[in-house]
Design a protein around this ligand. Structure first.
Ligand code: COS
Length: 379
């Protein structure tokens, strides 16, 4: 056992922290209020290598490990979870999925540009009637010989209108159920592909969430990912890693709120002393710090499992389940520590509280994580 981070890990963590504090913090409240996508900031994140951190350098990636990714996700999420969801989707769902399962041509054509952030990607599994029940895909991809004809609607797609490349899951052969599902690379601008309405959300309001409509979109056969019928496994396997990214996002939201609560409690006075001198506040801070540390350990352990090629399905699900709960509880308490100031925008904690909720929902709800964990336990 060794709980020590390497110098490289510490350097990545420091770089992400510096970027978050100097580039993301200014304007984060306004972006949340006006649902403004952090376009310039995402461009810089790409230039700094945060959008393809784990991709092999031969495809223009950073060649870093998952631990570095978790550390960077935590720092970015402390300040702006709307930016970190873009980072998470691009790294863990799109780049990882393509690097692991794509053909060499697909990697050269798409991954090399996604890894630098020149373009960004989206992952399209959820539908109006298929979220947790991911096998019930209504979007169809009819095999027409040298192309597939794509028809259907996808919902709540992160990077919906800003992505250039969309990994779309669709049903080709309903009789084969999940074994008849395929995954495709769909390009923005393909005829019949339309970006729908932008969602007006509770949290992560700076991120760009849309429905997508596909009407007779011709997707060339070479854009299918993996063998015929591999799409469901592609989605499940990709989401297993994605959950580590979202766990790290939840961890960051919690630790961001905690840092603000500590700072405020040392400044604000009540009954003649700083509120940090009152045991009511001290106990809250102690609980927050203990929960955050436990969530951090789970995130890093899942990342370690992934980096050392061990099964990370259960550890990733545990990390996401626990870290998202800690994010919710910690942000609620951070608002409480701030009292009336916590309820207004300028102090950031109300936004972190709203942002925390989605981590219990996307990339598999907390209930889905419990299914994944209990199935593994009872195997
Ligand atoms: N990696 C690779 N393959 C996997 C996998 C994983 N992590 N998890 C499941 N599979 C495979 C199984 O091995 C099985 O393959 P075979 O039929 O060849 O044996 C196949 O996928 C179906 O698995 P299973 O029978 O477990 O599927 P279920 O329909 O019972 O669903 C859950 C399992 C509920 C866990 C799954 O539907 C799920 O994760 N849903 C949530 C999806 C989600 O996260 N939605 C959010 C949208 S993204 S924001």
């Amino acid at each position: 056992m060794n709980f020590q981070l390497t110098e490289e890990h510490l350097a990545v963590q420091a770089a992400a922290r510096e970027f978050a504090q100097t580039e993301l913090l200014p304007g984060v409240i306004e972006r949340d209020e006006h649902q403004k996508f952090p376009a310039e900031q995402i461009k810089k994140m790409g230039e700094l290598g945060f959008l393809g951190m784990m991709v092999d350098p031969k495809y223009n990636g950073g060649g870093m490990d998952t631990i570095s990714y978790v550390l960077a996700m935590e720092e970015i999420s402390k300040v702006d979870a709307s930016a970190s969801v873009v980072m998470s989707v691009n790294n863990s769902l799109v780049c990882w999925g393509l690097e692991k399962y794509g053909t060499e041509e697909q990697k050269q054509k798409y991954l090399t540009r996604l890894a630098t952030g020149e373009i960004i990607g989206a992952f399209c599994l959820s539908e109006p009637e298929a979220g947790s029940d991911a096998t019930s895909q209504r979007t169809t991809a009819e095999d027409k010989g040298d192309y597939y004809l794509l028809n259907g609607t996808k919902n709540w797609i992160t990077n919906g209108s800003t992505a250039s490349v969309y990994l779309v899951i669709a049903q080709t052969d309903p009789e084969k159920k999940h074994r008849g599902i395929n995954a495709f690379i769909v390009e923005r601008g393909m005829e019949g592909f339309q970006v729908g309405l932008k969602e007006n959300k509770l949290g992560i309001r700076g991120s760009d969430t849309h429905s997508l409509m596909f009407t007779d979109v011709k997707v060339p056969k070479e854009n299918r990912i993996g063998e015929d019928g591999f799409g469901f496994k592609f989605a499940m396997s990709t989401l297993a890693g994605g959950r580590i990214g979202i766990a790290a996002q939840a961890l960051g939201i919690a630790s961001g709120a905690f840092e603000l609560a500590v700072k405020y409690s040392k400044e604000r006075k009540a009954f003649g002393v700083e509120i940090a001198k009152h045991q009511a506040i001290q106990f809250k801070l102690a609980d927050m710090a203990t929960n955050i540390e436990a969530a951090r350990m789970l995130c890093l352990k899942a990342a370690f499992h992934k980096d050392t090629h061990q099964d990370y399905g259960m550890s990733g699900a545990m990390a996401k389940l626990f870290a998202s709960k800690v994010a919710m509880e910690t942000t609620v308490e951070a608002v409480q520590v701030h009292g009336g100031y916590g309820f207004v925008k300028e102090y950031h904690v109300e936004r972190l509280m709203r942002d925390a909720k989605i981590t219990q929902i996307y990339e598999g709800t907390s209930e889905i994580q419990k299914i994944v964990i209990s199935r593994e336990l009872l195997k």
